[in-house]
Design a protein around this ligand. Structure first.
Ligand code: ADP
Ligand code: MG
Length: 231
């Protein structure tokens, strides 16, 4: 909580409050699991980070002006060490082409999460003028707009309520392991919903927060992408 406060204070009064960088640290401070990784601002540093991570990495453009990174080709999955330099330059070029005056913070180099073994979900919060902090849980990733399979609660939620959210979406059978797949760690998803609930309850300055995707795995759940707006 202390650490979360420090992070939020460090961004207070900043012009651009749609945070990408600090958002991951904030989740981490509340015990929400995030993939190993770092944000760097040179190809050399990107390679240094990639070399500390086993196998390929994911590289993403980090800019407050680019909200949907994959829409501009700003997410590269499965990058091998020898391709890190080129990938870095290409991400920056794509961002510049998209918006020449974009504020580019750098590139995030991230551990790969095994999407095939998991289910992409979304956990979010929006402050509603009438109801207050509305938590949302649903199917995430590329399906989120198409399926609109979501459920809502007002924060804070108790464990049984958070758990109910994971059971009442239409895609709930996917979480329980449809078609011979391993079921995902629903307890960890429930836990993540509760931690997010606690975070936004503790900090009213957080106006909006979306984890998309939260990859629910057979063992654990990983917050792969997060978007945050603070007051
Ligand atoms: P954005 O939503 O801004 O396009 P994301 O970080 O959510 O960017 O990445 C887009 C998609 O790329 C994700 O929904 C996921 O399918 C895939 N992806 C992102 N990061 C990882 C990762 N670390 N491991 C595996 N797949 C990833
Ligand atoms: Mg995303």
């Amino acid at each position: 909580r202390e650490r979360a406060r420090d992070i939020l204070e460090s961004v207070e009064g900043r012009d651009d409050t749609r945070l990408g960088v600090e958002a991951m640290d904030l989740l981490d401070a509340y015990g929400i699991e995030t993939p190993q990784g770092e944000i760097v601002d040179s190809p050399g540093d990107a390679l240094d980070v990639a070399e500390t991570i086993d196998g390929g990495v994911v590289m993403k453009i980090v800019s407050p002006d680019i909200l949907h990174k994959s829409d501009i080709g700003g997410v590269k999955v499965g990058v091998e060490n020898e391709d890190v330099y080129d990938a870095y330059e290409d991400l920056i070029t794509r961002a510049r082409n998209y918006q020449p005056d974009a504020n580019i913070i750098g590139v995030q180099v991230q551990e790969m999460v095994d999407l095939d073994a998991g289910v992409e979900t979304i956990v979010g919060m929006n402050r509603d003028p009438q109801f207050g902090p509305l938590l949302m849980f649903g199917l995430g990733g590329i399906f989120v707009e198409v399926m609109e399979d979501t459920t809502f609660r007002v924060a804070p939620v108790a464990e049984n309520e958070a758990h109910a959210m994971t059971e009442e979406i239409d895609s709930a059978p996917l979480l329980r392991g449809a078609r011979g797949r391993d079921p995902v760690d629903v307890d960890e998803v429930t836990e993540t919903i509760q931690r997010l609930s606690q975070l936004v309850t503790d900090f009213p300055a957080i106006l909006e927060l979306d984890i998309n995707p939260l990859v629910a795995l057979p063992d654990g759940a990983q917050a792969v992408d997060v978007r945050l707006t603070v007051d």
